[in-house]
Design a protein around this ligand. Structure first.
Ligand SMILES: Nc1ncnc2c1ncn2[C@@H]1O[C@H](COP(=O)(O)OP(=O)(O)O)[C@@H](O)[C@H]1O
Ligand SMILES: [Mg+2]
Length: 451
């Protein structure tokens, strides 16, 4: 069994690690944007390359003849890596380009939800540039202003309509101060994409539910909560994600049974809508990003892949064979009994350079990790390895450290202790997974729902 893995981060280290536990003992050929010591240790061949260079990916695929491919990051999925590989006769655990628009085009996602009557969106409107009419630009500005002001009363979100490495969304009161700022950013988006999505700004608590999907066969993973802000107490700039947790019951402490059931149903309805819309089954990971709000849950976005760090929490708990799941996704034979997760809680804390995400001052400096207990996992991200084995910081997130325990509190203590043992000019968020932070989320939900 040979598997081609397109990789850019610790997410794919977690994927490679789950693959390597399989009874199929697969050979992994990893195509990576940078040398990843974790993936290297698990693969038979690691090629450092631009994974958006599909000609080169195709050459390697033809030479190595993998049984299938797993495409980890959003850019190659959105760019059609699965289509290119399919043309060579290689199936992928990743949706084709058309289907991946559920992530890569936020307007497509909102329009599909509307068309298939999946009523879980905030109020929204897609603005498209009308290039044909005279005076259109003045009209455009006026209608944007009116929508933000009259319809959304200044509580708005502006979404860039293409992949932008998690930096395309701007929220009023956080990134944009006034309605004029919102209009200006929307016009920037229109200039670049020809379209922009404007949404009502929701209040609530965010969570993610990832599912394995093959057409209308959908099997869920444990729900996860991510922490995007750089510093403790959810302060500071947004990052790629500073950490995540899951609970032993595979729900989250602030969610009701109904909230989780609604999220599961939404992932199923979206998979079915995509099949109908694109006339082709979605085969891969469908990541629903939700917000629990006053009267239920709303969809924030969908991703067409594993999240980083979400994959770092989820995959270590997978107790069934990941290769079997991949084969079932590819062949349309996905069933609940192929997928089982340990009933354990996890807390992932990302170790990052001290000046991340604003600067890269510590790049190239040495970092060392402690001896790990058996209930700790470490997944390498932006980190380089010298010939003598020593590890050096890159500029981005260094490594995700995952504690596994019977409760979130226990998993948190385990992760925290391991993070404490890391030496170098690094930092991590101490508050992720703590009872105090989780109580804050639950209090917010209680305040919103009035009980
Ligand atoms: N309608 C909304 N109301 C409130 N906050 C939102 C809304 N849409 C997005 N956000 C916030 O912006 C973040 C990024 O938006 P998202 O749609 O997930 O785009 P991306 O992950 O591609 O940057 C979300 O995690 C959420 O915190
Ligand atoms: Mg998001």
């Amino acid at each position: 069994m040979k598997i081609l893995l397109l990789a850019s981060s610790a997410r794919e280290h977690a994927i490679a690690s789950a693959l390597s536990r399989s009874r199929h003992k697969p050979e992994i050929i990893a195509l990576c944007t940078s040398l990843n010591p974790g993936i290297r240790a698990l693969s038979t061949e690691q090629v450092v390359m631009d994974i958006m260079n599909f000609e080169q990916v195709a050459e390697i695929a033809k030479r190595t003849k993998p049984d299938f491919a797993i495409v980890g990051p959003d850019d190659p999925i959105g760019g059609g890596a699965a289509d290119m590989l399919a043309a060579l006769g290689i199936p992928s655990v990743a949706p084709k380009k058309n289907l991946a628009r559920i992530e890569s085009r936020k307007s497509f996602a909102r329009d599909i939800l509307k068309k298939y009557e999946i009523h879980a969106s905030p109020k929204f409107k897609v603005f498209s540039r009308d290039v044909n009419s005279i005076g259109a630009l003045m009209e455009e500005k006026k209608s944007l202003f009116n929508y933000l002001d009259q319809y959304l009363h200044g509580e708005y979100v502006v979404k860039y309509d293409a992949l932008k490495g998690g930096k395309g969304v701007k929220v009023s009161g956080e990134h944009l101060a006034t309605i004029e700022d919102g209009v200006d950013y929307a016009i920037d988006c229109l200039n670049e994409c020809g379209r922009v999505v404007i949404e009502e700004k929701l209040t609530g608590v965010e969570f993610s539910l990832l599912s394995f999907v093959s057409g209308t066969q959908v099997v869920d993973m444990p729900a996860v909560q991510d922490h995007k802000r750089a510093f403790d107490g959810d302060t500071g700039p947004n990052t790629g994600g500073m950490g995540t947790y899951t609970d032993a019951n595979h729900s989250l402490p602030f969610l009701t049974t109904n909230d989780l059931a609604l999220a599961k149903d939404l992932n199923r309805r979206v998979a079915a809508a995509l099949l109908e819309e694109c006339n082709e089954p979605y085969r891969g990971i469908l990541y629903g990003g939700f917000m629990a709000v006053r009267d239920g849950i709303r969809i924030i976005e969908f991703n067409a892949r594993f999240g980083d760090p979400e994959a770092l929490n989820i995959l270590p708990l997978l107790s069934s064979d990941f290769v079997d799941i991949c084969l079932a996704i590819i062949h349309g034979e996905l069933r609940e009994n192929l997928v089982s997760f340990e009933k354990k809680a996890t807390v992932c804390k990302y170790i990052t350079p001290r000046s991340y995400p604003t600067a890269k001052e510590e790049k190239g400096q040495i970092v060392t990790f402690p001896e790990l207990r058996k209930d700790v996992r470490i997944f390498y991200g932006d980190i380089a390895q010298d010939d003598d084995g020593s590890l050096r910081l890159g500029g981005s997130r260094t490594a995700g450290i995952v504690g596994i325990g019977d409760s979130i509190a226990e998993a948190e203590r385990i992760a925290e202790e391991a993070c404490e043992g890391v030496r170098g000019p690094v930092r991590f968020r101490r508050d992720i997974g703590t009872q105090k932070l989780i109580a804050k989320r639950s209090e917010m939900m209680q305040a919103l729902r009035g009980h």
